[in-house]
Design a protein. Structure first.
Length: 154
């Protein structure tokens, strides 16, 4: 009988299982990082939208020479921008229909309303904070008396 040495090509099942296990672990770590990034990105984007809407309310007050307010409804995570006559300029909701679903919205000012007079200055309070959160990630939009805003990690 003749002994033949066969040149084997391919991988064994054990080698394949090891490679698949390593790939699975790498995908699991990447997915966890992606979820964290997405949550943080959503809260950051919502904070930027709120800050832009505060600037919009101030701009409408100056342009239309009337008092304009951002009036929040914290239970529905939404707000409207309206003037004293009741004209609604913007209606914004951070709910399931929105791209930016947030867990909580808290406007830390009396009446949950930030109002600007016809000169663009905040009426009433000297400053206001708008806190938003989602799954432990928090941001604060700070608005000063002249309508300037700043976003901070809360």
């Amino acid at each position: 009988m003749q002994n033949r040495i066969h040149n084997q090509r391919g991988f064994t099942i054990v080698e394949m299982l090891i490679v698949l296990s390593i790939i699975s672990l790498a995908m699991l770590m990447a997915n966890t990082s992606f979820i964290t990034f997405r949550e943080s990105s959503t809260v950051n984007r919502a904070a930027r939208v709120i800050a832009a809407d505060v600037a919009l309310a101030r701009s409408y007050a100056i342009r239309h020479r009337t008092s304009v307010a951002l009036v929040a409804n914290e239970s529905t995570q939404s707000y409207v921008i309206r003037d004293n006559a009741g004209t609604v300029y913007l209606n914004r909701a951070f709910d399931a229909r929105s791209e930016m679903l947030i867990g909580s919205l808290d406007v830390a000012v009396a009446g949950d309303s930030i109002a600007f007079n016809e000169r663009g200055f905040m009426s009433g309070a000297g400053s206001a904070n708008i806190d938003i959160a989602r799954n432990g990630r928090r941001r604060r939009v700070q608005v000063n008396a002249v309508g300037r805003w700043r976003i901070t990690v809360n």
